[in-house]
Design a binder for this molecule. Structure first.
Ligand SMILES: Nc1ncnc2c1ncn2[C@@H]1O[C@H](COP(=O)(O)OP(=O)(O)O)[C@@H](O)[C@H]1O
Ligand SMILES: [Mg+2]
Length: 259
């Protein structure tokens, strides 16, 4: 496996508001993401997970600290570079899909490409391969209102990956899905991660979804609390799931100092 660091998060803090309204959402978080990793981020509601992903995506600015993608400080990107970073280097998958209702699945998926000047024919080739991987070939000409939640999320996943981004960021991607559709989505994301070495950073509440990851960071009150690694060859997913549930119980019980 290529162990190149693709993303470095270095002492990142984020403070929202001022005075009595001040919230310290991130209190100094540092970690690296390796190329090809499937990293999970878990933590209670309000622990700072979305803030962290949004900092990485440059949707918000950290109060202090640095985020480097392939050795480049993302805070230094301006103009076209920043647009390229957001549009091509990062793919974002949201809990609520965020598809445009008046466009077909196909149009939703290729929208990021049209915004970045890729030609129709190139786009079609990419789209076909992705649609096959995500099992949405049959719904490409339907509108979001005609799709199930699971299909919508797989269309959204195709949109997040169509520009072949260096990293896919996913914020609770199974949060609006039933368990069957969650499993279908996770199986597909895991296959894409494995076969294409696509780097994925996924925030989740769901121990089942997290058990597909190769490593999990647990955050509590804006700080790193614990880390679990799975040896993909030697540890079964069921056993990793059990370890995840154990840490979640410790997080929930507020016994942060036992680990
Ligand atoms: N735009 C904002 N303005 C003020 N406070 C915010 C904002 N976004 C998030 N917060 C606060 O920051 C903390 C972390 O939120 P968030 O990153 O959304 O956590 P999570 O995704 O883990 O639920 C919470 O206390 C939340 O209320
Ligand atoms: Mg969140």
């Amino acid at each position: 496996m290529n162990i190149q660091r693709i993303l470095q998060v270095d002492s990142v803090t984020k403070v929202y508001g001022k005075g009595p309204n001040k919230t310290e959402a991130l209190r100094g978080i540092s970690f690296d993401v390796l190329n090809g990793e499937f990293l999970g981020i878990m933590g209670a509601s309000g622990s700072g997970k979305t803030t962290l992903l949004n900092c990485i995506a440059t949707m918000i600015k950290p109060t202090s600290g640095k985020i480097l993608l392939k050795q480049n400080d993302v805070a230094m990107f301006k103009g076209g570079q920043l647009a390229d970073y957001r549009g091509k280097e990062i793919g974002y998958l949201f809990q609520e899909f965020e598809l445009l209702d008046n466009m077909t699945a196909r149009e939703n998926i290729i929208l990021p490409l049209s915004l970045h000047g890729m030609t129709g024919r190139q786009a079609e080739g990419e789209l076909e391969a992705l649609a096959r991987r995500l099992d949405i070939e049959d719904v490409l000409d339907k509108f979001p209102s005609q799709l199930s939640g699971g299909q919508k999320q797989r269309v959204a996943a195709a949109r997040a990956m169509i520009s072949n981004p260096s990293i896919v960021l996913a914020d609770e991607p199974t949060g609006s899905l039933d368990s069957k559709n969650s499993k279908v989505l996770m199986d597909k994301l895991a296959a894409i991660n494995k076969e294409q070495q696509k780097t994925i950073v996924m925030v989740t509440h769901d121990a089942n979804a997290a058990s597909y990851c190769s490593r999990i960071l647990f955050i509590q009150d804006g700080r790193l609390f614990h880390e679990l690694r799975r040896d993909l060859e030697n540890e079964r997913q069921e056993s990793f799931y059990e370890r995840i549930v154990t840490v979640m119980a410790q997080l929930g019980g507020g016994s942060a100092n036992v680990l």
